[in-house]
Design a protein. Sequence first.
Lengths: 770, 155, 289
Amino acid sequence: MEYDKILEKVLNREEYLVVGKSVARVDALDKALGRAMFTGDYISKGSVVVKVLRSTQPHARIVGIDAGDALGVQGVLAVLTASDIPGENQIGYALPDQPLLNDVKVHYVGDPIALVCALDEEAASEGLEAVRVEYEPLKPHFDVDSALESGAEPIHEGGNIATTTRIRKGDIGRGFSEADVVVEETYETPYQEHMCLETEAAYAIPEGVGKVTVIGTMQSPFLVREKVAQVLGWSLNRVRVIQALTGGAFGKKDDMGPIVSAMAALAAIKLGRPSALVLDRDESAAHSVKRYPARIRYRSGARGDGRITAAEVDITLDCGAYANRAPYWLWRQTVHATGPYEVENVYVDGRAVYTNKVYGGSFRGFGDVAIHFAAESQVDRLAEKLGMDPIEFRLRNVLRPGSRTGCDQLLDHSVGMEECLRRVEEASNWKGLRRGERRGIRVRGVGVGCGFHGISTSRAAPDWSAAYLILNMDGTFTYRTGICELGQGSPIGHAKIVAEILGAPLEAIRVEGPDTDSTPDARPTHGSRGLMLGGTAAAEAALELRRRMVEVAAEMLECGAGEVELREGRAYRRGEPSRAVSFSEIAEELYLRGLSPAAYGFYAPPKRQFDPKTGLGVSYSVYTFTATVAEVEVDTETGCVDVLRVWPAMDVGKAVDPLMIEGQIHGAISQGMGFALMERLVVEEGRVLNPNFKDYIIPSSMDLPTVEKPILVEAPYRHSAFGAKGVGEPAIISIVPAIVNAIHHATGLRFNRLPVTPEALYMALRGGRR
Amino acid sequence: MRISFKLNGKEVACEARDNTSLLDLLRVEMGVRSVKKGCDQGECGACTVLLDGQPVNSCLVLAPQLMDREVTTVEGLQEDPIMRGLVESFIEGGAIQCGFCTPGMLLSAYALLRDNPRPTVEDVKRAIVGNLCRCTGYVNIVKAIIDASERMRDE
Amino acid sequence: MKPLPPFRVHRPRTLGEALRLLKEMEDARPIAGGTDVIPAMREGALRAKNLIDLTLIEELRGIWERGDEILIGATTTLSQLERSETIAERAPALRAAASSIGSVQIRNLGTIGGNLCNASPAADTAPPLLALNAAVEIASEDGTRTVPLSGLFAGPKMNTLKPHELLTSVRFRIPPDGAGMSFQKLGRRRGHTISLVNASAYLELEGGTCREARLALGSVAPTPIRVREAEELMRGRRVTEDLIEEAASTCYELVNPIDDLRASADYRREMARVLARRALREAWEKAGG
């Protein structure tokens, strides 16, 4: 199936009806009027309030949990511990290292121990204070080096290394011997906290004794169902999971969804009452997943002509208390370690190390932010050593159709990296901005960052999606997908794909959100796969339904199937639009004939093969490419950095909805700006000292730079509907190095650690002056 | 204690303990769900309401402090031409993604345009600095507010 | 986070009633906008059994010119300060400070009395008021007393008010025409941010000579401070860039900042000098230099 050629080959058209055009989101009005319902809006008065009793110790054995006093608090209904779990007390993602409720040991400050269930907030809060936990402290590890020392206290059975990765491509020795310049640096990137405006929440309602419904914040409804069922010891069909409209996710809700849902469900079935768990802001900011901190030692070399000859990369990921996504995160970093460039000789070694701190998890970019910060800093440094312009240097190395990546994957098409880079170079007047001396108290500088991001899941992990489409008797459609609306608009993108294929008005298609009882498993909404994979499943469903509709319409119109045109909710013979049958008439025919008005669309991208021993092979089906230029102004007296202007470009394959893609780029730029300049989680002895908006600083409206209209390059991917690739994450990857490289241009200073706060920059300037 | 105040133009009354925040009162007692709890610390602005016409964080206002005052949420401004213009601009301009910050954001924007029909970009940024957004990066929000103000002037 | 404790809220209509309640009610404290009190209670840093809400007391809210003084009632909101023409004309540095606090939402609730009595070393209204030689009026059932503003601050988040006392107003002499005032603030982002360091300068020039100089800094000591040595250095001398630099440099040694999770003492010390210089320069320009 040539998915990228659907328009020409299947629809026999030259122009798109809705794909490629920006539309007003159908869910926007409800959101503006305050009618849109988020998880908290479903919770009725009288529901049980669930609060999580968490460890106050970073590393300790639990000697005893005494809930006696807590149960004596008026309004407290129950205190649930591990012994109350009827199924499996296990919620780990990649490795089975994570109990839902701990009763053996605790691994970080914030580790869940018990659930206090009460009639209201006050009672629950009082109950929390009244539970007595006796700990036997163990030596805590607050950094990876401590955890890696020989004889170090193990945090989990099997030692403190959760997982390792490697790439061996080419001959690294030869690569360096060919290099005329070599750069070796160590980069450190910190935690980043998502600070979604809506915190994690789940509302569980028992349906009789045999079933429970959970409404909550999540990104993978079927994963949530699986974990909830596992914890309850129930079969899958006894758990119904509904994704409520979610107020920001960025990965946090993917990891936390199963946890809060399982906790709420446990309370609900134990008490036989609707039970709600809503995390407090400080609870979420201190104790739930964050971007993995990383330490990357990077050595790379280039020839005098600007070609990178070797990259030797060593990645140490600070896992925190649980592995969670670490193997996937680390693999993604490993396969993207070179950045979007052709490098023949690549050695990468990676390891994820447990520490007794809040654990890492999914966050936009999923490892590619840190590795590109390192790779793009290296590239800038190599260029500088060669006296070459940074973009010029990059252009000599960028991946192109026919190139092989750092893990030796052949990219035969859909590689828009060069066009992205050239176009931002032009749009920003790069050469003009790079010229001239940097003088004065306020100095300006311009920098570039590039990146690539494999879409969806990696290596040989099974990846597929599914969708369900029904033609109703009145000619409208009901579309069901398991892909979640998180604000990014993917399900709306599916509707557009369906509308395009069926020639139906967009308003005639209603998207029903994920409900494991009735929507098909579309697999998770992460990895920027929501539109590409979910949307191609939608295309499959639409194509199937279209075939049936066309077949029936052809008979009704007395013409060949190949002559039938579907447009604006009607079918007609090409060239005779006045003689048409409506979709409702077609529907009636379908129903009358006993033909199914519903279609199940299934899509799996091309199979990938990957050798985990060498790290070589096809790691992702396709990559999205991004290039961003950023102009900054540095106040050299205070160290404050203003990002003045940003020119983003992205190869999106096919822009299904430019406005929505721009929205993703804007949001990613803002998060990247925060990560580069101001977001600093302060963790001392395993305790987060600033779990709040007051002291964990995210960009406000007044920090907004001028973001030039994003350049959307289209290098279509053959194996997805209309050639569209994922767009949610990549823009955060290129903005971070663009800003840090711009700071270098302005001040001559390079930063290997983030964030570059005013104080950090000021101190570096001062250090240079002395 | 019994609190009586005006909510979206209507006289209302309810029982509430003194330590109930306006935010909790609205969501739990009055069923007004457009007002969101993002932090409960006066930092994020998702709980913004108009109190006697002025934007405030409802998580910081106590129930007894509402006596005889007027509270306005987006539900109460649906017929207002300034709000309608803003809603239209927000929707058309891609200023709404997850929607959690949106009601609060609209109220801050509304108060701005009501008092300053010709805001500069800086004015807009200042007006919404107390409404944090993690999805949009503010780009389309600022643009939509400026667009709405220009449309208002054209009418 | 903790739920708010089960306090009672009293809403007196007169100052006298408020003072009586403050004295008679158990574990009572005043509240106005709640922008500091409510978050502190939710963090568990503050408790009270009775809150005395001051926002209904008309005599406590307002901005008045009385003779050669300006009087600001304690429950005047930061927004009201921001919008006041009197303040814009007579004390622009105070206006700049008030408008730099938090967000629109915070300023619509927060009050000048609250900002001062909270006694954060970073309180933004403090440096301009210190530079204006402001005094505060404090009332109790036993009477009223007036103290210089600096006498209100005892230490970080500690004021000198006795248990049954209320701050009722702030007052300062109207600066002469031609006086130049400025306010500078350094935060961790461009808006809605706590000050890492703030500064306010006040200059009166005669010809090119400094007739009067006042310099106040915040967030670099346990309380907001006046930098007397810098001021003395400038009085009577011809104002130049070099003199300003000299005066600003004294701040480096004279301040006493701490390391905290927002900034290091070292950085604050450096920024004290930078902001002092910027504040003095701006005040100089405004004074016609």
